[in-house]
Design a binder for this molecule. Structure first.
Ligand SMILES: [Zn+2]
Ligand SMILES: [Zn+2]
Length: 334
């Protein structure tokens, strides 16, 4: 028996049909985009990268992270759910991502933290943007304008090289779009941007690698949206140096309830909305990284939770570290 003959049932039924059609359309688009991303990633891998060179040591100082070393007396350091790391590889200083600055403050958390930590942001040799999401390019307005910024008032010196994974512009910096692996300084390279699909839509993300003499490769990731097996697989296809460290965001906001500032749990979800990022995802990533025998695994708190920190600490023991503003990670053969 149906309700078809009943007067008045037509309007709600039409609205219901429209809503279902709308959801089905969204679902179809998500499925198509995800299938395309799965198909395309292999095509992004070009020939091997030769002549990357090496450095004796790399230091990675988080300038923007959700967690800070505030407890240790630097209460002026600000934490926020974005990412920006100062990477010193040999003689080269590179800023990897430019934070979130959620409130659009004239003095961004990046600028304030750099001041407290006595980092001169005008003395950079380059900027690498991992991907065009607000928590990595300096905020929502920057992302909407398809640009990046250390702060709303531009600080970037004119001609500063900026390596970006997708179409972006900048008023002052010299924007270099990356489509394949590229050496950007002695011992430092960016990898081909890999496509990923999350709730926010499709995104291309590039990783940065530093080749440390006698140690191996240090892989830096922003959010880690492309599956870890792809990020590591591409690194191995492009470079003939073992991966010994993975540092940055791996996008594992597992059990985010009660953890403040992890909007990434919803906005960056690669699954269907009713399937949150969970323990299985974390186990997969741990397995992928663990298979490489890493000596250092350092996780960003901007897209992870205390549950994730514990899981990684258990898996990697003394080699594990949680990234915090103001706590420098130093890697060398010694
Ligand atoms: Zn992120
Ligand atoms: Zn992201």
């Amino acid at each position: 028996m149906t309700h078809e003959g009943r007067p008045g049932a037509t309007v709600p039924r039409a609205a219901g049909t429209l809503a279902v059609a709308g959801l089905a359309g969204l679902a179809a688009r998500f499925t198509r985009a995800r299938a395309a991303a799965d198909r395309d990633w292999a095509g992004r891998v070009e020939s091997r990268l030769t002549g990357i060179g090496e450095v004796a040591e790399v230091t990675i100082l988080p300038l923007v992270e959700r967690l800070t070393i505030g407890e240790a007396g630097h209460s002026r350091l600000r934490g926020e759910a974005g990412l920006s790391y100062l990477v010193k590889a040999g003689e080269t200083s590179i800023l990897f991502d430019t934070g979130l600055n959620l409130r659009g403050d004239e003095r961004s958390p990046l600028v304030e933290n750099a001041d407290v930590l006595r980092v001169d942001l005008t003395a950079l040799d380059g900027v690498v943007v991992s991907h065009l999401h607000p928590d990595h390019v300096g905020g929502l307005r920057m992302a909407r304008r398809r640009t990046f910024g250390l702060s709303p008032a531009p600080l970037e010196p004119r001609g500063l090289p900026a390596y970006v994974p997708t179409e972006m512009t900048h008023d002052r910096a010299d924007v270099v779009p990356i489509s394949g692996p590229r050496v950007i300084a002695p011992g430092v390279a960016v990898l081909p941007p890999l496509p990923a699909v999350v709730f926010l839509g499709p995104v291309a993300e590039q990783a940065m690698v530093v080749n440390v003499r006698g140690f191996g490769l240090v892989v830096l990731t922003g959010c880690g949206h492309p599956p870890m097996e792809r990020i590591l697989g591409v690194t191995e296809q492009v470079l003939d140096v073992p991966i010994r460290a993975v540092v940055g965001g791996l996008h594992l906001p597992v059990h985010p309830w009660g953890t403040p500032f992890v909007p990434q749990a919803v906005l960056g979800n690669p699954h269907w909305p009713w399937q949150p990022i969970g323990e299985r995802d974390a186990a997969d990533v741990i397995e992928q990284i663990g298979a490489r025998g890493p000596r250092v695994v350092a996780l960003s708190g901007h897209d992870s939770t205390p549950w994730t920190f514990d899981a990684f600490r258990q898996a990697f023991g003394d080699g594990y570290r949680t990234m915090r503003v103001g706590s420098e990670l130093r890697i060398s053969a010694a």
